[in-house]
Design a protein around this ligand. Structure first.
Ligand code: KG4
Ligand code: ZN
Length: 346
């Protein structure tokens, strides 16, 4: 295996990720999560996340070098998430990346977090057939993308107009009395009847498809679940958690997979890549596999540890940019909490 040896640093949300790759080869992927510190708040608290990044950054960096069995001085370049994400969290990763690049006199590449989620597939399945479509679903984002060149040309076809898919899972879990983060718990609890309640499928009505064909909305669904549960409780009845979880999950996964397939049809993409924490969902995977099979679309799913936020995805995106001759970033780049996916390299 060959290619540039690249260090990648990710700190956009609650995971401090440091990855090391050589070209498309994964050498280390160390992640320190502050999720435990957010449990009692039922969501990520930005200030808590920033402080946790500060504490975890150096030890995580050291672990990554030990795992990859390299000396930091051997790296060819440093890649770092410049956005989108939580401002205070992003600046910790950027400061660390700049310090390493400056001290070792190596080029710095400030990159887009969403493009990283797409690029991570290079580590799993090799060169990316472009163009391809990508569905990114996590606690922070829900986006449908058309990828013409993962290093320079990504178009956002649509995104959520309110809550992210993972956020809806986390909020509904709270309503059902399940722990945070709710996604995996709802996934496990959803053993009941998915047709018990016909929860709303946001932005799928004919009139919505005109302007929002590839956009998502989960806030109406979240409210519908809460109202349904409240009505049961008011009447003194038990809440059938397995059925409500299954019905909610069906509504989310039905919309995500239908719109992803529609995007493949509309763009002619024959490959659909999925990423983000919600990509670990068993029903989403099953429904996508079923519908992709019917549409002759090939589904590419990275292993769960590469689906959630990590430094390897940033490292491999950096390596790909270096290999394709991208220019390094200036040392004075700033973090951009709402960096659009069309800006892959800052
Ligand atoms: O990518 P991620 O680790 O972090 C960011 O939000 O960026 O995603 C976390 C989200 C949480 O909302 C969590 O509830 C959701 O992914 N999640 C799941 C599953 N595993 C994690 N949602 C549904 N089903 C799952 N199995
Ligand atoms: Zn992410």
């Amino acid at each position: 295996m060959s290619g540039p040896l690249v260090l990648g640093i990710e700190s956009s949300c609650d995971e401090t990720g440091v990855g090391i790759v050589r070209g498309h080869e994964l050498l280390a992927n160390e992640v320190a999560s502050s999720v435990e510190q957010h449990v009692r708040f039922g969501g990520v608290v930005p200030e808590v996340a920033s402080r946790a990044h500060l504490e975890a950054m150096v030890p995580t960096l050291q672990r990554a070098c030990a795992t990859a069995d390299i000396d930091l001085a051997e790296i060819d370049a440093v890649a770092v998430t410049a956005g989108p994400g939580l401002m205070g969290a992003l600046v910790v990763g950027l400061a660390a990346a700049k310090a390493v690049a400056f001290a070792l006199d190596k080029p710095l590449y400030g990159v887009n977090h969403l493009a990283g989620h797409v690029a991570v597939d290079l580590l799993e399945h090799g060169p990316l057939p472009e163009p391809c479509a990508a569905l990114l679903v996590s606690g922070g984002h829900t986006s449908l993308l058309l990828v013409d060149d993962v290093t320079s040309q990504i178009t956002e076809l649509g995104s959520t107009v309110d809550d992210a898919a993972g956020e809806a899972y986390d909020k509904v879990a709270r309503v059902l009395g399940l722990p945070y983060p709710g996604g995996p718990y709802i996934d496990k609890a959803a053993t009941g009847n998915p047709k018990l309640v016909a929860f709303p499928r946001g932005l799928t009505a004919r009139k919505d498809l005109v302007d929002h064909r590839f956009d998502f909305s989960f806030s109406g669904l979240k409210t519908a679940v809460a109202r349904w549960v409240e009505a049961r409780q008011r009447d003194g009845e038990d809440v059938p958690v397995a059925d409500v979880a299954a019905s909610f999950q069906e509504a989310v996964c039905d919309v995500l997979s239908a719109k992803a397939m529609d995007a493949c049809r509309a763009t002619g993409a024959s490959i659909l890549l999925i990423g983000g924490g919600v990509a670990a969902n068993s029903r989403l995977r099953a429904l996508l596999a079923e519908r992709a099979g019917e549409s002759a679309v090939t589904l590419r799913t990275p292993r769960p540890a590469l689906c959630t936020d990590n430094g390897a995805m940033i490292a491999v995106l950096g390596a790909e940019i270096v290999s394709r001759g991208g220019r390094p970033s200036r040392m004075d780049i700033g973090a951009d909490s709402s960096l659009p996916v069309s800006r892959i390299l800052v």
